[in-house]
Write a protein that binds this ligand. Structure first.
Ligand code: FES
Ligand SMILES: [Fe+2]
Length: 325
């Protein structure tokens, strides 16, 4: 499965705290994350090789011999490499390699922990704004959504819903006509140039409506970003990254990475604006049937759906099978 070779976000870095194993689910499989004494994160299948107990219910131990994750049932201890180091019922026994758990690769980027299930020549999706020190970075979420990751990405790329789902916020029922936009394909996906929307309140600080231009970019099968292009007066160039974890084919965890020019507002205010917008999307997303994104017909399109059509074609070409039908 091609999805196994991709990096997926599974948790906020700050949610994986020292000494507390964290259960996560990705591509319908369960994993236990934990940090060793140096703070490096590790991922094991969330299943003890002895009797199948969830390792995420266990404890993290540190001593002179190193850091280990201890199973909650019989106390077997596994080191960062997955090797079983100690079986308390047989203290003088040296566990063989067959008693090990397998380990998975992790990375931490954009405030998130990324997991890859199968080695490959891939990197987590880019988010260039992360490196821009003029921008303030903030993670919003996770939002637990009863829908497929591709439905969520497609919704993010969709401008035509603003006047309805986000009426009075990101759009206006009386300004719903969309200008034509241009799509350029990239190695990671595509860029949609010249997307404009009439916005009554394009960000938390704006007080009057304006025509806002966006650049949308698909940065991977389950990730995207939008850049608000500078406006004459405000000079805003905020970037919002969307990172979706495909938990199950019809269940996802969503984060937004904000890189914004607003250094004045409290974090809670910025989060609350993003929460409000996404809570407007969520019931619509969860109502869509089928929950998996149809790649082989069954839905009709109009010219305003060029981004969606390009996204569906991209998933098809990449051989994506998780969350589509
Ligand atoms: S089930 Fe994990 S130690 Fe027995
Ligand atoms: Fe929306």
């Amino acid at each position: 499965m091609i999805e196994s070779t991709l990096w997926h976000p599974v948790a906020a870095s700050e949610a994986l705290v020292a000494d507390v194993p964290l259960p996560v689910r990705l591509l319908s499989q369960d994993f236990a994350l934990w940090r060793d004494a140096s703070g490096t994160a590790h991922a094991f299948p969330d299943k003890c090789p002895h009797r199948g107990t969830r390792l995420s219910l266990g404890r993290v131990l540190h001593d002179a011999a190193g850091s280990r994750l201890e199973c909650p049932y019989h106390g077997w201890q596994f080191d960062a490499g997955g090797q079983c180091r100690h079986i308390p019922a047989l203290p003088s026994f040296t566990p063989p390699a067959s008693h090990a758990v397998c380990t998975h690769e992790l990375q931490e980027r954009h405030g998130l922990v990324w997991l890859r299930l199968q080695a490959a020549d891939t990197t987590p999706p880019a988010f260039g704004a992360e490196l821009d020190t003029r921008l303030r970075k903030l993670l919003c979420g996770p939002y637990e959504v009863q829908s497929s990751a591709p439905r969520i990405v497609e919704n993010f790329l969709d401008l035509a819903h603003f006047g309805f789902v986000h009426d009075g916020w990101l759009g206006d029922r009386s300004h719903t006509a969309l200008d034509a936009y241009r799509i350029e394909t990239t190695p990671q996906g595509f860029v949609a140039h010249g997307c404009t929307a009439w916005q009554p309140q394009s960000n938390r600080l704006s007080t009057e409506g304006s025509q806002v231009e966006y650049r949308y970019e698909l940065t991977g099968p389950y990730s995207a970003q939008l850049t608000k292009l500078p406006q004459a007066q405000a000079g805003y160039q905020d970037v919002i990254g969307l990172f979706v974890c495909p938990v199950d084919p019809e269940r996802s965890r969503v984060w937004f990475r904000l890189a914004v020019t607003d250094f004045d507002s409290a974090e809670a205010e910025l989060r609350s604006f993003q929460d409000t917008i996404f809570l407007q999307d969520q019931p619509v997303l969860e109502s869509q049937s089928p929950k998996r994104l149809p790649l082989s017909g069954g839905e009709v399109h109009c010219a305003a759906d060029r981004s969606s059509a390009t996204y569906r074609r991209f998933l098809n070409e990449r051989g994506i099978t998780f969350g589509v039908c």
